[in-house]
Design a binder for this molecule. Structure first.
Ligand code: CAA
Length: 658
């Protein structure tokens, strides 16, 4: 028998256990082991039922993604699952952790499903540019109904066991810890209760007008939401087959669609980013060390960033103190946090209990003496070196000598900030993105003096806060803002060449970006970048450098907050419209600068913008400011709304260069 799958007997019940760390993925060894163990259980006459259970942290979390893109190895998963469903003895899937993708498909092919409270199930294949490829699109609609299946498969969301029970995906839930014991009791119960075992392939789905209507509504919804992504639509097509074709035919078509998706550039890109995100969390050996535990934190500054960062900690149950310069500012900050949580309750994103729990984690003070016992301080004050210097001098006096001192600067020189303290090995950058409690990206910025313990602690903390955390080096704009600046600069150059803000934004949105670059500038405030550029110690010697944005900033057209920026904003509705005066102003400036006016195609705009990012990314790599090229993809996908299905700017550029 394969080591990854083993079988033992508990009287008349066979227990098949999968042990394939870390997540019991369905590797070839697991697939063949399953077939052998089920055959053995069928052959053994004393066995009347089979429990399928996994060791370690989770039930099967899906197919083994590392096998994708390589020649497929037998036995194929659909055949394995046909063996499970066709087994004459009832099979009970005992779920803990997460049953995902091929893992849930395995459970759906079993005759019964039992889950521990707190476990989750899902078919997240669309997130890898795939569709469920082992019967998920055919079995789930039969078991959970068309609407639930459409929701789960096209979104890829993980469904809590309690909801899965309501949908009928799970037959029973248990809150006891001993899953094996409960599963064996359950098996004994069904042996006395049931004469036949439910087989999902035998359930009939009607090709009724009601179901047709449901499909039509979902098609409109999914087409709108997918925005360029192919797999959710392919999944819909396969689900449609579940009501229009026989199970066997539906399964065959599902496999064809699955293989087409697997070969697509989108799936390659999404698989790349899946592994890139996990690789980014791994530290190079030279800086890996045992992290220390962060139990208490303080944030210096209760402005927008400080509040958002404080909420990140409270959301993870870590006590956090907000430090302000006076009581009025502190009250403002704490009230704003309360309001944000209250809004989240109103919109249903948070329960009242959660709100209260989180608020108990946040306290405030106007006195640096209250920092004496904290493990970590994050300074989130103005972007001004003098201000930061004086704060760090004070931290040096008031904090424990081993407390980590972080700065949330976006571009200032962290070595210069660290010069204010006696022990710079505990100084590090923690660059959150706004709104900090929502954005997934976190840059941990190290300076040469930062100790391995400090770096390891911050990387671990980033994961604990639910962030995609990337380690970068110190340099103006670090990695993220530096690349974004190259992207912005190229866009600004094209505005001078005659592209309008609308054309530029539309081109990038059509390409898949969440927002266009000038709309982003208007939203965040044109003065932010303007002031940041002024602090650049080595600005490029180029009169065109961000000239349109600078021009607007100099005239007080700062974007949404002033009602005018690259667009004009309706004071009542906030709706943006084209501002022809601004277009004319930019053109006039371009002529003064001698920039030739011409028409640029959408394709040229897109290619130039992405090339600008990738070129800057290569420079960042050559300067040793990031660990892996793929870390830069993680930055773009999680920080700037870059379409995941394009894999990030570095992956995209490399794939078209090949
Ligand atoms: N195949 C191979 N490796 C996998 C894997 C998979 N399906 N899922 C996770 N891993 C690996 C990760 O790469 C990581 O490896 P390293 O430690 O070497 O980096 C390790 O398992 C742990 O993963 P995480 O760091 O993500 O751990 P987590 O606890 O934060 O999350 C998880 C666990 C929720 C299972 C998450 O890993 C996850 O979402 N995995 C992907 C699940 C998925 O997409 N399944 C569908 C696969 S496609 C499919 O099944 C097609 C089909 O129809 C046949």
């Amino acid at each position: 028998m394969s080591q990854a799958v083993s079988i033992n007997h508990q009287d008349e019940i066979a227990v098949i256990s999968i042990n394939n760390p870390p997540v019991n993925a369905l590797s070839q060894a697991v697939r063949s082991g399953l077939v052998k163990c089920v055959s053995a259980a069928v052959a053994e006459q004393s066995i009347r039922a089979i429990v399928l259970i996994c060791t370690g942290r989770t039930f099967i979390a899906g197919a083994d993604i590392s096998e994708f893109g390589k020649p497929p190895l037998t036995p194929y998963l659909p055949d394995v699952l046909a063996t499970l469903e066709g087994c004459p003895k009832p099979i009970i899937a005992a779920i803990h952790g997460t049953a995902l993708g091929g893992g849930l498909e395995t459970a759906l092919a079993c005759h019964y499903r039992l889950a521990l409270n707190g476990s989750r199930v899902g078919l997240p294949e669309v997130n890898l540019g795939l569709i469920p490829g082992a019967g998920g699109t055919q079995r789930l609609p039969r078991i959970a109904g068309l609407e639930n299946a459409l929701d789960m498969i096209t979104s890829g969301r993980h469904v809590k066991a309690e909801e899965a029970l309501e949908m009928g995906v799970v037959d029973e839930l248990s809150s006891e810890n001993d899953l094996l014991k409960i599963a064996i009791e359950f098996a004994r119960k069904i042996l006395t209760r049931d004469k036949t075992w439910p087989r999902s392939s035998e359930i009939k789905l009607e090709d009724s007008s009601v179901n047709q209507g449901v499909l039509k509504n979902w098609k409109t919804r999914v087409s709108k939401k997918a925005r360029g992504q192919e797999s959710p639509l392919a999944a819909m097509e396969s689900i449609k087959n579940a009501i229009q074709l026989s199970f066997a035919e539906g399964l065959k078509k599902e496999r064809e669609l699955f293989l087409t998706c697997m070969a697509s550039p989108q799936s390659k890109a999404l698989r790349h980013i899946f592994f890139a995100e996990r690789a980014a969390a791994k530290l190079p050996e030279s800086v890996a060390n045992t992290p220390i535990e962060i139990r208490t934190t303080a944030i210096i500054g209760g402005g927008t960033m400080g509040r958002g960062i404080a909420m990140c900690f409270a959301n993870q149950n870590i006590p956090v103190k907000v430090i302000e310069t006076d009581q009025e500012k502190l009250d403002q900050a704490l009230n704003a946090i309360e309001k944000t949580y209250a809004k989240m309750v109103t919109s249903g994103r948070l329960s009242e209990d959660q709100r209260q729990q989180r608020l108990t984690k946040i306290s405030g003070s106007c006195n640096h003496a209250s920092l004496a016992q904290v493990d970590l301080v994050i300074e989130a004050a103005f972007e001004n070196l003098e201000v930061k210097h004086s704060i760090f001098r004070s931290l040096d006096q008031h904090c424990r000598p081993d407390a980590i001192l972080a700065t949330n600067t976006s571009y200032l020189d962290i070595e210069a900030i660290a010069s204010a303290v006696r022990e710079p090995s505990r100084v590090v950058g923690m660059h959150f993105f706004s709104p900090a409690h929502i954005m997934k990206l976190l840059e941990v910025v190290r300076i040469p003096q930062t100790s391995a313990t400090t770096i390891s602690t911050m990387m671990k903390l980033g994961k604990q806060l639910g962030k995609r955390t990337v380690l970068v080096g110190n340099g103006f704009g670090f990695a993220a803002n530096r690349m974004y600046s190259a992207y912005g600069r190229e866009g600004q150059q094209m505005l001078l060449e005659g592209v309008t803000p609308i054309q530029l934004d539309q081109a990038m949105k059509n390409w898949g970006m969440a927002m266009g670059p000038t709309a982003v500038l208007d939203m965040s405030g044109i003065d932010i970048g303007y002031n940041a550029r002024k602090q650049n110690p080595n600005p490029p010697d180029d009169p065109c450098y961000f000239r349109p944005a600078n021009l607007l900033a100099e005239r007080g057209y700062l974007g949404r907050k002033t009602g005018r920026g690259f667009y004009r904003y309706d004071p009542e509705t906030g709706l943006a419209s084209e501002d022809l005066e601004i277009c004319a102003l930019i053109r006039e400036e371009a002529l003064k600068l001698g920039v030739k006016q011409r028409d640029l195609s959408e394709n040229e705009i897109q290619q130039r913008m992405i090339k600008a990012i990738a070129t800057e990314g290569e420079t960042i790599m050559s300067e040793g400011l990031a660990t892996r090229t793929s870390d830069l993809d993680v930055i773009w996908v999680n920080g700037y709304g870059f379409p995941r299905w394009r894999g990030g700017p570095m992956h995209f550029s490399q794939s078209i260069d090949r």
